[in-house]
Design a protein. Structure first.
Length: 264
């Protein structure tokens, strides 16, 4: 996540979050332990929202550094291991909840799923109704992002990690005014490894991590091209003063490339 003149990202197996400072180039520890933090985003007030595998919850970092729990249960049952998160302009928090953080002790704490399924969830700004299921037909929902205008929500499914013929694609949903989803057709299927995290540029092109780097798709789902990276990539974010620099989180390194487009 790009904010405050730098990039903050999660190093899940090492239970920490790191920060690269754009002014100095220095890398420092942002938070450790991080409760096996994974995906991060900013809310509309500029506060950091984080998915935690270890505590099986989504939290918000307040200005004083304290943590507020946004969601940790659904219908009284503990979440699996929230993976990635995005905040809509109405303040609602959307996140995916696959099982990767409870499958083993490598990226969380091994445990049985209390819910018995992996869903996409939404938390309304007032949170009076708690955590509600936004989509329930995924094998392993992973990255997610709203397209410009927020009329469509895109979610990757990395179910191929658990089944040989499992999904390795990104699906697109129409978003109604009340936040309900419809559609869900496959937008793109990964040809190298799996899609994970992704972001949109201002013109609606989708930039997604994959096994051989970053793939860029036109709004109609046509693969435009690839940014080759010498490691498997996990997530991307636009940053820099002009939002025209793409930062790429890979297996052991943070990469960056300047583009001729700006992030949405």
């Amino acid at each position: 996540m790009y904010f405050g003149g730098g990039v903050v990202w999660s190093d899940i197996p090492n239970d920490r979050m790191l920060r690269w400072d754009e002014a100095t180039g220095a890398v420092t520890t942002f938070r450790a332990p991080s409760h096996y933090a994974n995906g991060n985003t900013l809310d509309r007030e500029g506060r950091l929202v984080t998915c935690e595998h270890g505590e099986r919850r989504v939290t918000r970092t307040e200005p004083d550094g304290s943590l507020t729990v946004i969601a940790d249960r659904y219908d009284g049952m503990r979440l699996n291991s929230p993976n990635d998160v995005v905040v809509r302009s109405d303040g609602s928090v959307w996140f995916t909840d696959p099982s990767y953080g409870i499958d083993s002790d490598k990226e969380g704490h091994r445990a049985e799923s209390e819910i018995g399924a992996c869903h996409v969830y939404r938390v309304r700004p007032d949170a009076e109704d708690g955590c509600v299921v936004a989509a329930d037909d995924f094998m392993r929902p992973n990255g997610l992002a709203f397209a410009p205008g927020e009329r469509r929500l895109f979610v990757s499914d990395t179910g191929a990690t658990h089944a040989d013929d499992g999904p390795r694609h990104i699906r697109a949903f129409d978003v109604a005014a009340d936040g309900t989803l419809s559609g869900g057709e496959v937008f793109a299927t990964c040809t190298a490894g799996l899609f994970d995290g992704f972001r949109f540029d201002a013109d609606g092109r989708l930039w997604t991590s994959a096994g051989d780097g970053v793939h860029c798709y036109d709004p109609d789902g046509t693969l435009i091209g690839k940014l080759r990276v010498p490691e498997e990539t996990a997530n991307v974010v636009f940053g820099g003063p002009g939002r025209d620099r793409l930062f790429i989180c890979a297996t052991s390194s943070l990469y960056a490339v300047e583009l001729a487009v700006r992030g949405a």
